[in-house]
Design a binder for this molecule. Structure first.
Ligand code: FAD
Ligand code: FES
Ligand code: FES
Length: 395
């Protein structure tokens, strides 16, 4: 008999420390467990819903808060695609934390008063998306509201009642009245957080879709790991990789997460063009002063990609590396004659985006190599570039 049938398989479990609705927590997580699976199967918190399990419907929306450039951000994400291990050092806010029937949060109260909920299945997701919006912007306008809610689907209300509630909230509330005091208490702890996440070998009789999930903190470590783990797959936002895990049931022997590498999160203007690091999300690009001034067409493209939750996690470099012929960013990046910086233990090389794609979903990336950053030429003055998306449905 196969020995593994008796003793189980050896996996790498991740030990993380995070905050959940105002309380510090530690967790030992099987590799690749999603935040939604953790909420349902480990914590028995069922307020966050699951419908599509692939980032489309927003029923599973939760909010994460963490420090970014000296401030605390509140971001809506799809918990069905968000590996729970990424929560290390962050504050996870779920519908259970915001309000209860006896003491509704102002967002829940407004939805109730405007009849913004019918069967209620989508409602926790809408509440969390509105929470992220109102915690981030004072008095958002209709465009902000639409952008915040485009990743949430409702099959009952027809949306108008939800928009009415959101508009009333945007008039009467600012972040100070939306963010509960226990969130503020955690903000100070998020700034000073410096604990390490650990990986522990563990034998389990359960079968997991991922054997090993590694997080790296710098490019040197990443290059070393890629040379010692030739079967590893990189994961950035996970909005493509985790769909393959959830829907295609694809098995990954090893995922290496690059989102903890600070130097890959930069957008810099240099003499040879605009450098965008591999871990920069669409939302960061849309907020960047450099991109707003020098590459406004790129912001237009990012706005056309998916909904807010996906843009908060997904990266531009992930869109390139995915090499899908329907990747929305690719035509514009090709027009700009974008170059890629490819790095490995052997050093770095530059390659044009045109030469990077060699066949359907095949790239010139070699074993042990990763995309470190992309360099986009600044358009000449008075150049006019407009972007259209022909697909009728956006996400
Ligand atoms: C609901 C939904 C809607 C979407 N809508 C759109 C849309 O409208 N338009 C569109 O174009 N896309 C869309 N996508 C696809 C997806 O969001 C994008 O392709 C995204 O940019 C991928 O980035 P990521 O960081 O999440 O990549 P990941 O899932 O982390 O990785 C994607 C691939 O890139 C590789 N990779 C990542 N980083 C690197 C690196 N630095 N070096 C080498 N390889 C790397 C990974 O190994 C993997 O193969 C959608 C996805 C979902 C789930
Ligand atoms: S369950 Fe539909 S987006 Fe997560
Ligand atoms: S209230 Fe039923 S899906 Fe939105």
């Amino acid at each position: 008999m196969d020995q593994t049938q008796n003793s189980g398989m050896e996996y790498s479990f991740n030990e993380i420390i995070y905050f959940l609705n105002g309380t510090k927590q530690s967790a030992l997580l099987p590799p690749g467990l999603t935040t939604l699976e953790m909420l349902h199967n480990k914590l028995h918190l069922y307020g966050t819903k699951c419908s599509c399990n692939e980032g489309d419907c927003g029923a599973c929306t939760v909010v994460i808060s963490y420090p970014q450039e000296g401030t605390i951000v509140y971001e809506a994400i799809n918990s069905c695609l968000y590996p729970a291990v990424k929560l290390h050092g962050k504050h996870l806010i779920t519908i259970e934390g915001l309000g209860c029937p006896e003491d509704l949060h102002p967002i829940q109260q407004a939805l109730l008063e405007h009849h913004g909920t019918q069967c209620g299945y989508c409602t926790p997701g809408f509440v969390m998306s509105l929470f992220a919006l109102l915690a981030s912007i004072s008095h958002p306008n209709m465009e902000n509201i639409m952008a915040a809610l485009e990743g949430n689907l409702c099959r009952c209300t027809g949306y108008q009642s939800i928009l009415d509630a959101a508009q009333e909230l945007s008039k009467d509330h600012d972040p100070a009245s939306i963010i509960p005091p226990w969130c503020r208490t955690i903000e100070a702890q998020l700034f000073s957080f410096n604990e390490k996440t650990t990986v522990r070998a563990q034998v389990s009789n359960s079968l997991f879709k991922i054997d090993k999930y590694l997080q790296v903190e710098n490019c040197r470590e990443l290059a070393q790991l890629l040379s010692t783990h030739p079967n590893a797959t990189l994961i950035a936002g996970g909005t493509d990789v985790m769909v393959q895990v959830n829907i295609a049931r694809r098995h990954f022997p090893c995922l290496i997460d690059i989102c903890g590498i600070a130097e890959l999160k930069n957008i810099r203007l240099k003499r040879d063009g605009i450098h965008i690091g591999a871990a920069v999300t669409y939302s960061r690009i849309m907020d960047s002063g450099i991109i707003k001034t020098d590459l406004p067409a790129l912001i237009e493209i990012c706005r056309l990609i998916a909904g807010k939750q996906i843009r908060n996690s997904g990266t531009l470099v992930g869109n390139i590396a995915n090499a899908s012929p329907i990747g929305d960013s690719l035509p514009l990046l090709l027009i700009y004659e974008t170059r890629l910086v490819l790095a490995s233990e052997q050093g770095e090389r530059e390659l044009s985006l045109r030469d990077f794609f060699i066949a359907y979903r095949k790239t010139a990336l070699q074993t042990g190599e990763y995309i470190k950053e992309i360099i986009i030429n600044r358009p000449f003055q008075d150049t006019f570039i407009a972007c259209l998306k022909t697909a009728k449905r956006k996400s």
